[in-house]
Design a protein around this ligand. Structure first.
Ligand code: ZN
Length: 527
């Protein structure tokens, strides 16, 4: 059976840019567009040329797309002006793009209240705007704003708007659930009715996530006949976001009835980039990735319960709905007081004879009670096992360390603080005294600790701290501080270590030294 083509339209750079707290630069947009293109989406909506300096600059130099159609967004012309003379539409029509997607009203309520024009004028605006795109030899798409709400209130007018756009040359009629409040069953019914009334038109769906159902709404529309689906990476978008392409794509490609019925521009090989592309967007936005996100979250294939882990070790399908590799994600089995021996065994990369798993698990549970957590600190767990087996060389010992924080009032009447640290170490029988400064005590300690580690210094040249997390928790009756440090090296390896103490400096120091020791061990530094 030949599969039908389903088109993927990405609007991360346009609708996604309306997310609270998101502000793309031109370079961000370029980088995201290239990543989307290599994933294989069909359309990349870059923004609204002329609406703001970033979008204007982005459209002034077309990104080097190999596959996707570069698309500009805009609004249908305003009443009383020609399309060419409308200052907000003209730059859109002139943009060097393949396709132009114009949003227009299809709800009588919106035409009256928001536009304050006659229903006929709105139809005329739609028709003239679509014709103008055809005149510019670009592919016209019509975003039917508030379509579902409009259709429920006045189906004849909503359909007339679609028909008008279609007859004026629109290649796609994209039905928008702009306010995101429509239920999947209603979307299925309405798209089916539109399909029956306009059998020649190609329909699309643009859903918002205000009922946490944007993906379900999109799938319902596709089942009813929509052949283009719009969404954003990580569900970025105004209010609660848009339909999340990072869930939609795998649902369409890995789940029935979609997988057998449709073909998209994204190959199964490219789908393996999905986790990477999702994280790339977070990296660009300087956000930490949602670890609980479906398919691409760090926890999406994490097995913590002991029973689950031992079953997954026998056969992954026991607790995984799809193979993690199909979306480029990874399975993980953190160690905690919830785990059994199978988690412990799964987290050991130790060569030679295995440690006593029961004793190690006992140790983990005891240390969790003290405030440690190895969920997020696999490197510290490995060190724990190595120490228990007495396999970990004593690379160096810390004799003492101190930190001072000094705040001084400066000329501009602002307080400026400086931190200084001193560390005394023994390395291969030699005493080393290091001093370091930093913008905070932990920073200064890190600088002092790594400044000179004798023969180990070359091993640490490419070590850097990429994340630092502090939690105050109550363990037993005391309040303790848990610090988790994530480190990286020049080869792209990342590892996390943990420290716990009544004070933040000691806890940080423990996590920092664990990080260094882990790197020395992994890179086989001589004892
Ligand atoms: Zn939208």
């Amino acid at each position: 059976m030949t599969r039908e083509r389903l088109f993927i339209f990405d609007t991360t750079l346009r609708d996604g840019a309306q997310t609270q707290g998101v502000d793309f630069s031109v370079e961000d947009k370029r980088q995201i567009a290239l990543a989307l293109d290599s994933l294989g989406v069909d359309y990349i909506e870059g923004g609204w040329p002329g609406a703001n300096p970033t979008d204007t600059a982005f459209f002034s130099e077309r990104p080097a797309l190999k596959h996707a159609r570069f698309t500009a967004f805009g609004m249908t012309k305003r009443a009383g002006r020609s399309a060419a003379n409308d200052p907000s539409l003209a730059p859109v029509l002139d943009a060097a793009v393949d396709s132009i997607c114009l949003v227009g009203k299809t709800s009588t309520y919106q035409v009256r209240v928001a536009l304050e024009i006659s229903l006929e004028d709105n139809l005329d605006n739609i028709a003239r705007s679509m014709e103008a795109i055809v005149g510019k030899k670009r592919e016209p798409l019509f975003d039917a704003e508030h379509f579902f709400d409009g259709y429920k209130a006045d189906p004849d007018y909503a359909l007339t708007c679609l028909k008008t756009a279609h007859e004026a040359g629109a290649q796609w009629l994209v039905l928008c659930d702009t306010n995101g409040g429509t239920m999947p069953e209603d979307v299925f019914r309405i798209v089916s009715e539109v399909k029956a009334k306009l059998p020649d038109a190609r329909l699309g769906i643009h859903a918002h996530n205000d009922t946490e159902q944007a993906v379900a709404v999109s799938l319902a529309a596709i089942r009813a006949g929509a052949r283009q689906v719009q969404g954003t990476l990580n569900g970025l978008g105004e209010r609660c976001g848009n339909a999340n392409l990072c869930s939609l794509l795998p649902n369409l490609m890995l789940k029935e009835p979609f997988a057998s019925q449709f073909e998209t521009g994204v190959s199964h090989e490219n789908l393996k980039q999905l986790t990477h592309v999702s994280r790339l967007l977070d990296e660009i936005l300087n956000r930490s990735p949602d670890r609980y996100a479906a398919y691409v979250g760090a926890s999406a294939f994490t097995h913590k319960g002991g029973l689950h882990v031992s079953a997954v070790a026998k056969s992954p399908e026991t607790y995984e709905h799809v193979p993690p590799a199909s979306v480029g994600n990874k399975r993980s089995m953190p160690v905690s007081s919830q785990s059994g021996r199978a988690n412990v065994a799964a987290n050991l990369n130790i060569e030679g004879d295995k440690p006593d798993l029961a004793r190690l698990l006992q140790d983990v549970k005891h240390r969790e009670f003290e405030g440690y957590s190895y969920d997020d600190a696999a490197a510290s767990f490995e060190l724990l096992a190595l120490r228990q087996q007495k396999k970990l060389p004593r690379y160096f010992t810390v004799e003492q360390f101190s930190v001072t924080v000094e705040s001084v009032r400066e000329d501009g009447d602002q307080m400026h603080s400086r931190s200084k640290a001193a560390v005394e170490l023994m390395v291969a029988g030699q005493k080393i005294r290091n001093a370091g400064t930093g913008n905070g005590p932990v920073n200064a300690l890190d600088a002092a600790l790594r400044k000179d580690l004798g023969k180990y210094s070359p091993f640490l040249a490419d070590l850097r701290l990429v994340d630092y997390k502090v939690r105050i928790l109550t363990s037993g009756t005391e309040a303790v501080t848990r610090v988790t440090v994530e480190s990286a090296d020049g080869k792209g390896n990342r590892w996390s270590t943990v420290g716990v103490s009544e004070n933040i400096v000691d806890a940080s120091f423990e996590a920092l030294t664990d990080s260094i020791i882990y790197k020395l061990y992994r890179d086989k530094a001589p004892a």
